[in-house]
Design a protein around this ligand. Structure first.
Ligand code: MRU
Length: 353
């Protein structure tokens, strides 16, 4: 399906199936895939047709509904299948905690209806699963807008911002996390100059961030990852803002591979390094970054990404999809509930009340 809808929404509930923007094809092709089963959703997450922590969670929540909608039986039988489908979808990718957060929320909703309210009707439970997925998506849009409002208090008209990977509208329901303040800045008539790291090896920065900012008419300059130091040394950047896939309880931050290097560069140049994320990305059950599972992806992403072989056959390859930025490099974490600074262990706990 082709669409001219702007801004592009990565996950669209179409009444009886999920229309999913195939992010692998951007920016050249805008193609929506019709997903009808939990297996379709699992495959889309695993192969980065949908990516970005919040968008993965949203897609997975709809995946649970798609996985149970044909099940017949009473609420207990449907609940057993909800749990089975959620456990299956949880195996699609390991790092972004929003995936597990959304699946846990779907399970918890079912549990509350059965145990709390004594629900017996399987059909009603299935409809409740669809409503919960729609609700997760709606809340994410509002959450991202609030993150943008809080982040904007740290920025100013005329600022230069560098970002890594894609933490924009394409990675969320709308606005994004790291990119949300840039959209709000534009609404307020500010001039903001954005430098987008291309983000090797899958190029989320050039294919997605440069694309969505350009579509929105925001001043964006694409740079290769190894140009960030030079751009900073020229004084063109006054803030770095990135998203994250999981924040550990001590404030260590997992994000797209290369983020750690950007944080080190920011510190070396005296530039604040901000991390923007919903509360659902903060994982108090993971004590430090060392315990965050880091996905390793196939070597072809490095040796022949996008079809052209660029490395000798048989060469050894290391391809982690994420790295961990230690908390001492993080100037602030920006959530929908406000801006948090060190000491993160204490202040993140406080944020959860
Ligand atoms: O492998 P990806 O493209 O899913 O990685 C995405 C990122 O690292 C994003 O920065 C992160 O999920 C935050 S999205 C708001």
């Amino acid at each position: 399906m082709e669409t001219a809808q702007q801004p592009l929404q990565s996950v669209v509930w179409a009444g009886d199936h999920l229309d999913l923007l195939d992010q692998r094809l951007l920016p050249e092709e805008i193609v929506y895939l019709a997903l009808t089963t939990a297996e379709d959703v699992w495959e889309a997450i695993r192969h980065l047709k949908v990516r970005g922590a919040p968008a993965i969670g949203i897609a997975a929540a709809f995946g649970v509904y798609l996985g149970v909608r044909e099940v017949s039986g009473d609420a207990e039988q449907v609940q057993a299948e909800i749990n089975r489908q959620a456990d299956y979808l949880a195996t699609s990718r390991p790092t972004a905690v929003n995936l597990f957060w959304a699946l846990d929320r779907m399970k918890a909703k079912a549990d509350a209806l059965l145990t709390g309210e004594g629900l017996r009707d399987g059909e009603v439970l299935k409809e409740a699963m669809l409503s919960e997925a729609i609700q997760i998506q709606a809340e994410d849009e509002e959450t991202c807008r609030l993150i943008g409002e809080h982040a904007l208090t740290l920025l100013h008209d005329g600022i230069g911002v560098l970002t890594h990977c894609n933490a924009g509208g394409l990675a969320t329901a709308k606005y994004g996390t790291a990119l949300a303040p840039l959209y709000l800045a534009q609404e307020r008539g500010w001039n903001v100059k954005v430098f987008a790291d291309e983000t090797r090896p899958v190029l989320q920065g050039s294919r997605l961030t440069a694309f969505e900012l350009q579509q929105a008419g925001i001043d964006v300059t694409l740079i290769c990852d190894n140009m960030a130091a030079m751009v900073m040394s020229k004084g063109w950047v006054q803030a770095v803002i990135v998203g994250t896939d999981r924040v550990a309880a001590n404030g260590d931050v997992a994000n797209k591979i290369g983020t750690y290097g950007v944080a080190v560069l920011a510190k070396a140049h005296g530039i604040p390094f901000y991390v923007a994320c919903p509360m659902s990305t903060i994982d108090l059950n993971t004590p430090t970054g060392a315990e965050i599972p880091i996905e390793e992806r196939n070597e072809e992403e490095v040796t022949e990404g996008f079809g052209k072989r660029t490395a000798p056959r048989g060469v050894k390859v290391f391809n982690p999809a994420f790295d961990v930025t230690p908390n001492e490099y993080v100037t602030a974490i920006i959530t929908e509930k406000g801006v948090v600074q060190a000491p993160y262990g204490e202040n993140l706990r406080k944020l959860f009340g």
